[in-house]
Design a protein around this ligand. Sequence first.
Ligand code: ADP
Ligand code: PHD
Length: 471
Amino acid sequence: MSDAPTLLVMKFGGTNMGDSRAIRHSASLAGRSVREGVRVVVVVSAMAGVTNQLLQLADAAQTGDIATANDEIAAMRTRHFTAAQELGAAPDSDTVREIREMHETLRQAVYGVYLLRELTPRSRDLIVAFGERLSAPLMTLALEQSGVRAHHVTGGEAGIVTDTHFGNARPLPTAYARIKDRLSGLLNAGVTPVVAGFMGETEQGALTTLGRGGTDFSATIIGKALGATEVWAWKDVDGVMSADPRVVKDARNIEVLSYGEVMELAYFGAKVLHPLAVTPLQESGIPLRVKSAADPDFPGTLVQADPHDDARHPVKAVTAIRNVSIINVTGAGVLGVPEVVASLFTAIARENITLLMVSQSSSMSNVSLAVQSLYAERTVSALRAAVSGELKVEEQPGVAVLAIVGSGMRGQKGVAAKLFGALANDEVNILMISQGSSELNISVAVEDAQVEHATRAVHGAFALQEVAGSV
Ligand SMILES: Nc1ncnc2c1ncn2[C@@H]1O[C@H](COP(=O)(O)OP(=O)(O)O)[C@@H](O)[C@H]1O
Ligand SMILES: N[C@@H](CC(=O)OP(=O)(O)O)C(=O)O
């Protein structure tokens, strides 16, 4: 960064909000910049594990198991009370009262699901967003305790107005002016806004969520709205790594990535960022920094507009999506008819299912589609309905998609050969192959049981442990 930042949006994820110690440390990271005269907006995720717990208890209520749902809510309340107490909240404080009231509202919402035995995407969103609504007051408390004036708001109160795609909502163009309007007052008054991430609300005021991992997206939406100097996503890793460090022990931090590269990585399973997180930053060119909360002075990964290529190392990272199914559509001759292929894709689009990979045999007797196994049944039914018995539609489960990513592979010869060679040496069978015309990635479908050692083999073959981060 050449100039000192004037406004930073800082995102803290579930791990960095996991307990009172983690929250106090996160608050100290934000406080450090505030004390240096930087205006900071803090965006928080739910305490680690809470989002999954909320999803599970909502399902329990829907199936009639209200006792389990209530036990989970009680355990969650204890966890938030404990954190508040450890952060110094008195039993009669605003924070404790707010946490108590929110759990009561949550209990009522879950009871409604139990009575109706119905969990709509809209009610699931309302329930699942309580995690972030509950962690925001804890961050405010920690900031106030460290001498930073702070005030928390929900995503809707912060101005994040979205469409009505519950569970996967997108900001409306009007959101940006509204966010600026809502948050500037606090910032101008010297108050640090704490925004509950992951959520927005419709024009009618119904709560929406932005998809799993959506707090990254909340932060970049706010960053764009306020014209932030940078957006900082604090993580439990050094930055974006050359592979998932849980799978590849010697994965290295990548110093610089382009928006496009990060999107490919996130799309192909690198859980480190939400796939759409960089999209709000693309037009304005605002950089995103992925930083380690454990090592705040380490520069982490800078994500920016320009590619930063190193001709010697065209591939920057290897990543994988697990739990994938290949859907094979076969039927000699029929698939050669353009209308038939069009009807397959129309059926998929109608179901709003994301295709991870597509390939068609040149004899036109087979089309293979890779989808997350979660959507396999729906995909098979939709395709069978679309081709009405003329073609065979079958699921092949137990697949994973492995991708190598890097803008430097554009026009480079031998990259695919090296990938296939590494997989062959490791006795990994390739089920499908695809390369986008942008040449930012090459992806292959392999058996899920082989994906971890395949990832390590590919990481080694491209010598990522030696070069990533040293560009
Ligand atoms: N290429 C990668 N680089 C860094 N982390 C990765 C990568 N792929 C997967 N991960 C995983 O992503 C995790 C961080 O993402 P996440 O837990 O969603 O962050 P947070 O909740 O703190 O925002 C890491 O613990 C790591 O295991
Ligand atoms: N809590 C939400 C949103 C989120 O972004 O969380 P995290 O930052 O912990 O990945 C989720 O689990 O999906």
